[in-house]
Design a protein around this ligand. Structure first.
Ligand code: NOJ
Ligand code: CA
Length: 542
């Protein structure tokens, strides 16, 4: 929400919407980076860790936001971007100034090889992971854009400086951190070339810098010296951590973090962006994470974020039953064991936006991809077709608060055009509509709070072979249990189970109206229909 008409959402804008978050039932707000930044990567390129970017407000606004959240019993988690800084951060400016700078070793500098970069790693944002700096003739490493040089975590001074940053925010009262790109802190010793069978010169390099042995030592130290000294939450963005390794990161009494954002169901989509949802694969992946952490750790649950296209555009159905697919997908992930995260606009069932031409893309990855595809001779309409499906800008459009011009988000020109659906898909209209996606999310949040099995209950997978329905039971230690049954397909689907008996008066939630019926074992579900029942195990007398 933009409070001053400059088209950019800001802290005072968020402050004006706390009533909304409270009404919805949110208890922890995760704020993406709001530090001073040239915004090459929407704030994930920080040029000063201990201040607020002028476009977002001031430290006084931040303190006020924090106090108002706390007054309402809500908490605030900020986004710490500590794998890299902006190339405009004073540390990097000093580091690049001369080879003998005391901060030279704060970043990763190497000589080139005969006019080529020091190795053949490709950056996550495409192109070489190295950029040559004219001042000293050496190259610096950047796993993301050239404006995001990687910090050298092998240097204890760097680690101490970043710890001080975290402590500074903790002293200010923040309730915790989302730790960006935390599995990339450690690079493979020696920064070796990777195999390049096709001779392309620059190859995807995740294996050389993602979850490399030694990274956990850095995270443990950081935890010990900062947030573990406080009652603070730590959520790590953990690409490359498998469910088998997860306990080392979040195991109770063992891992340095409270939760991690795993990437497996995300990868499932990104490697097959055209395919409809394959329910058995999703069940296998999410089920594996549920089992791995059961009783020993805690999951973070999500289906959207700032990097993914909108979930209903890839796994749902934007056509007629839009509400159904948004609410069915919501039910599926929201009632698992863990902490569910909602990304802004997801609670309205927002779909991907419309891009008319390539000039509207703001996201650095999309822009690099445009250059790369053009260089490969691809036509603009081909590029547009790919990015319409995959671009990170899809989910970054401003929040539509009402059907007023620009969705009530700003009185000026928004920094990114609103999703053109805003006259129909917005907060104000859905708040008045008991059948809206928003109203459903509110019910989901309440249900989670009311029902003990949904907090601590075991996750029991059922209907393991069903190709349309994702179903599971949450069973508490006292035997009370709840079944979550979601048809995630655009076709009708049959549910049948012998062991768990559906307790009929106890249909706890459904996303479509349900006529009374007595069958306690089987259901016929409509496309994208989801139901939540109280259930009990079959006994000898049944
Ligand atoms: C992960 C963040 O989610 C993404 O938005 C960002 O571009 C990269 N890390 C780099 O910081
Ligand atoms: Ca503003």
């Amino acid at each position: 929400m933009d409070s001053n008409g400059d088209g950019i959402g800001d802290l005072r804008g968020i402050l004006s919407k706390l009533d909304y978050l409270e009404w919805l039932g949110v208890d922890l707000l995760w704020l993406c980076p709001v530090f001073p930044s040239p915004n090459v990567d929407n704030g994930y390129d920080v040029s000063n860790y201990c201040d607020i970017g002028p476009e977002f407000g001031t430290l006084a606004d931040f303190d006020l936001l924090l106090a108002e959240l706390h007054r309402r019993g809500m908490r605030l988690m900020i986004d710490l971007v500590i794998n890299h800084t902006s190339d405009r951060h004073p540390w990097f400016i000093e580091s690049r100034s001369t080879r003998s700078s005391p901060r030279r070793n704060w970043y990763i500098w190497r000589d080139g090889r005969d006019g080529a970069p020091p190795n053949n790693w490709e950056s996550i944002f495409l192109g070489p992971a190295w950029t040559r700096d004219d001042a000293t003739g050496q190259y610096y490493l950047h796993l993301f854009s050239a404006h995001q040089p990687d910090l050298n975590w092998d240097n204890p001074e760097v680690r101490a400086a970043l710890c001080s940053v975290a402590c500074w925010w903790l002293a200010r009262g923040v309730d915790g951190f989302r730790l960006d790109a935390i599995t990339h802190l450690k690079k493979q010793p020696g920064l070796p070339d990777l195999p390049d069978p096709d001779g392309t010169g620059c190859v995807p390099s995740y294996e050389a810098h993602m979850n490399i042995p030694g990274v956990l030592d850095f995270v443990h130290e950081f935890a010990r010296e900062s947030f573990r000294r406080h009652d603070a939450i730590a959520l790590g963005e953990a690409n490359g951590v498998s469910s088998a390794q997860a306990l080392e990161w979040v195991g109770t009494g063992r891992g340095p973090l409270d939760m991690i954002l795993q990437f497996e169901h995300w990868t499932m989509w990104s490697s097959h962006p055209h395919d409809p949802l394959h329910v058995p694969t999703l069940r296998r992946i999410l089920g594996k994470w549920q089992q791995a952490l059961q009783g020993k750790g805690w999951n973070a649950l999500y289906i959207e974020n700032t990097e993914l296209p909108r979930v209903i555009s890839r796994w749902g159905d934007v056509g007629t039953p839009r509400n159904q697919s948004a609410t069915a997908l919501a039910t599926m992930y929201f009632l698992m064991q863990g902490t569910p995260l909602i990304y802004q606009g997801q609670e309205l069932g927002m779909a991907n936006t419309t891009f008319h031409d390539l000039s509207v893309f703001n996201d650095v990855f999309s822009r690099n991809r445009i250059e790369q595809m053009r260089a490969a001779g691809q036509m603009d309409d081909e590029i547009l077709a790919e990015l319409a499906l995959t671009s990170r800008d899809n989910a970054r459009t401003p929040m539509p608060w009402s059907d007023a011009p620009q969705g009530g988000f700003t009185t000026g020109e928004p920094w990114l055009p609103l999703n053109p659906e805003y006259p129909a898909v917005n907060v104000a209209s859905q708040q008045q509509d008991p059948g809206s996606v928003l109203a459903y999310y509110r019910k989901l949040i309440r249900l989670r709070r009311q029902e003990a099995p949904l907090i601590d209950g075991r996750y029991v997978e059922i209907c393991k072979r069903n190709r349309r329905i994702y179903a599971y039971v949450r069973e508490a230690a006292d035997g009370s249990a709840i079944a979550v049954i979601c048809n995630l397909s655009p076709h009708p689907a049959s549910y049948r189970h012998r062991e768990w008996i559906l307790c009929h008066p106890d249909l706890l939630l459904s996303n479509l109206s349900v006529a009374p019926h007595d069958d306690t074992h089987s259901l016929r579900l409509r496309p994208f229909e989801a139901r939540v029942y109280r259930v009990r195990r079959r006994t000898a007398s049944d």
